[in-house]
Design a binder for this molecule. Structure first.
Ligand SMILES: NC(=O)c1ccc[n+]([C@@H]2O[C@H](COP(=O)([O-])OP(=O)(O)OC[C@H]3O[C@@H](n4cnc5c(N)ncnc54)[C@H](O)[C@@H]3O)[C@@H](O)[C@H]2O)c1
Ligand SMILES: N[C@@H](CCC=O)C(=O)O
Length: 557
């Protein structure tokens, strides 16, 4: 089509409340029932065809009811991964020559389908497979993924319209080519939206993708793939391989056409991927783009002027929503003694009153289970160690994996601000609190700024504007997303572009133009309309422009 279209102006998707008696609640409950008993094959999708991976089987269960198997997936083998790469590369010429409008329409349609008929399916799958409450599934699997799909189209259009200046007689253009090769998207268990965004953002920019979701998110990923197909994604553009990723690392990272990695997950995994790419660097066609958003040890710093109600709400929601399994979750808090002495008992009893259980059976439950046995064992060990540590006061916290992987909200009060609990990411509902003398605010600020290797999210809770300004300035490099008088979680696409620095990742801000820039490789084109020509005899002066009078004799006059 010979036109430069206006893409639809994006707006954040409305968040449904799922109030008792509402139509959306009835639809969700119905879908939960159907999917809970479905026990489906969680296949790979290569060239639009679904088939099981050739490796070891993996049962995908409900974390809050570990005996309930939602489906079975298989590890992809080296041969499976090779096939996914070959398919992607074969699909590349047609996909990249499709116009942006045609590509964008697929993802806009996916957003529309998810906003309507697919909403209950993806929310139910996320609740069942990742143990999210209805509210947490809604803000993730529905709203955030819809926002990613819609806002990315608008950001891509903005990027494409960014063009260089031209001078008289010259037209300069910038062509935003996709990367040459394939993009490998490796996604985490905790956000259905992130899992959907990582392959689709690269594909929107004209790239072909091999996508490997986390096995513990495979249930919702399976339906995300079906949604994209219904939206019209051509076969081969995004190829999904399943399993733990061993073969993906071995084959894709050694492939000469690896053009980029779009990763979200732990710092250790990203460092492994980066190291492997580094080792193989001479063998690629180009320099693979490495985009990785990783772990955090996110803080809440309270000033003596803080409103205690704001502080306790930020801590309860920031630390315990989705069982603390958000990369943004508050896992360390610094609270002045004057506030803590009045707040502690109430805060602990509020934490103890949070309901924990099967989020799909009772939609009012505040927390579900942690994702799997490995996560449960890690949290159990951390709590047991804390109990044996004389420097740690376990104010509340317990665990039970008899039916599901349940870890109750855990609050540790610790005097030593350099203790492991302020440094290590547990990625669960464990909050460490350091109580300081009110006069030590500045010293605390200096210490907590660099005690952990991460720099993802953090909050300052204060009424005193000088304290807010000082914390904002001195914590400038300690968080990629910084909050004033709010919890450190819940970034919204288009409002708080998300990502952190230091060990927390490359900070390419998911759902923003900065991220999309990583998936293009710009070509600059200069066209000179009337080029200068050197005519003999050469007198040593090189014409600077082609604006000499035309030779009328040559033209026949
Ligand atoms: N910064 C962010 O935006 C952000 C967002 C979500 C999660 N996270 C982080 O993600 C982590 C939790 O997610 P997770 O447990 O799924 O992380 P993880 O690193 O264990 O797994 C992430 C993905 O990498 C895959 N993987 C693991 N080893 C691999 C290998 N050798 N080769 C190829 N693939 C491999 C996994 O199967 C999964 O798909 C936390 O550290 C959290 O902070 C960060
Ligand atoms: N973007 C989400 C966190 C994603 C990581 O898990 C938030 O802001 O809470």
């Amino acid at each position: 089509m010979d036109a430069i279209s206006n893409v639809p102006t994006p707006a954040n998707e409305r968040v449904y409340s799922y109030a008792p008696g509402s139509a959306e609640r009835a639809a969700l409950e119905g879908r939960i029932k159907e999917l809970a008993g479905a026990s489906i094959d969680l296949t790979m999708t290569i060239d639009g065809r679904q088939r099981m991976g050739g490796g070891a089987p993996i049962d995908v269960v409900q974390p809050h009811n570990k005996a309930a198997v939602l489906g079975r997936t298989h590890d992809a083998t080296a041969q499976d991964v090779q096939e996914a790469i070959d398919t992607a590369l074969a699909a590349a010429p047609a996909w990249r020559s499709l116009s942006f409008d045609e590509r964008a329409a697929i993802f806009l349609k996916a957003a529309e389908l998810l906003s309507g008929p697919w909403r209950a399916t993806l929310n139910a799958a996320t609740m069942l497979g990742q143990s999210k409450t209805a509210q947490q599934a809604e803000i993730d699997a529905a709203c955030e993924l819809i926002d990613f799909l819609r806002f990315n189209v608008a950001y891509a259009r903005q990027l494409y319209t960014d063009q260089p200046m031209s001078s008289p007689g010259v037209w300069n253009r910038m062509e935003y080519r996709p990367l040459e090769g394939f993009v490998l998207a490796i996604t985490p268990f905790n956000f259905t939206a992130i899992a959907g965004n990582l392959p689709t953002s690269a594909a929107l920019m004209g790239n072909v993708v091999v996508w490997k979701p986390s096995p513990t998110q495979q249930f919702a990923a399976h339906f995300t793939m079906r949604l994209l197909e219904e939206a019209g994604l051509p076969p081969g553009v995004i190829n999904m391989v399943t399993g733990n990723g061993q073969a993906v690392s071995e084959v894709a990272l050694a492939h000469p056409d690896l053009a980029g990695i779009h990763f979200t997950g732990s710092t250790a995994t990203f460092q492994h991927l980066w190291r492997t790419v580094g080792t193989n660097i001479g063998s690629y066609r180009g320099y693979p783009r490495l985009v990785g958003e990783t772990g955090g040890k996110d803080f809440v710093l309270a000033h003596p002027s803080a409103d205690p109600g704001v502080l306790s709400t930020a801590l309860l929601r920031g630390a315990f929503e989705y069982q603390g399994q958000k990369c943004s979750a508050a896992s360390r808090a610094y609270v002045p003694r004057s506030i803590w002495s009045g707040l502690r008992d109430d805060f602990v009893s509020m934490a103890e009153s949070l309901t924990v259980g099967d989020v799909t059976a009772d939609l009012s439950t505040f927390m579900g289970a942690v994702i799997d046995g490995r996560a449960f064992a890690k949290h159990k060990e951390a709590i047991d160690r804390a109990r044996q540590d004389s420097g740690v006061d376990v104010l509340t916290g317990s665990y039970d994996d008899s039916a599901g992987y349940f870890v109750r909200p855990t609050v540790l009060e610790v005097a030593d601000p350099a203790h492991e609990v302020f440094v290590k990411e547990y990625f669960g509902p464990i909050l460490a609190v350091h109580v300081y003398d009110d006069g030590d605010f500045d010293a605390v600020l200096d210490q907590m700024e660099g005690v952990a290797p991460y720099a993802l999210t953090g909050s300052i809770i204060a009424q005193d504007r000088y304290a807010i300004a000082s914390a904002s300035d001195r914590l400038r490099f300690a968080a990629g997303n910084f909050y004033v008088n709010d919890k450190p979680t819940g970034a919204v696409v288009g409002q708080q572009p998300f990502g952190g620095a230091r060990a927390s990742g490359t900070n390419d801000k998911a759902g923003s133009i900065f991220n999309l820039i990583r998936w293009v490789n710009a070509r600059t084109i200069k066209e000179t309309f009337v080029p200068p020509i050197i005519t003999p005899p050469f007198r040593g002066d090189i014409p600077q422009s082609g604006f000499e009078q035309p030779d009328l004799k040559k033209l026949g006059y």
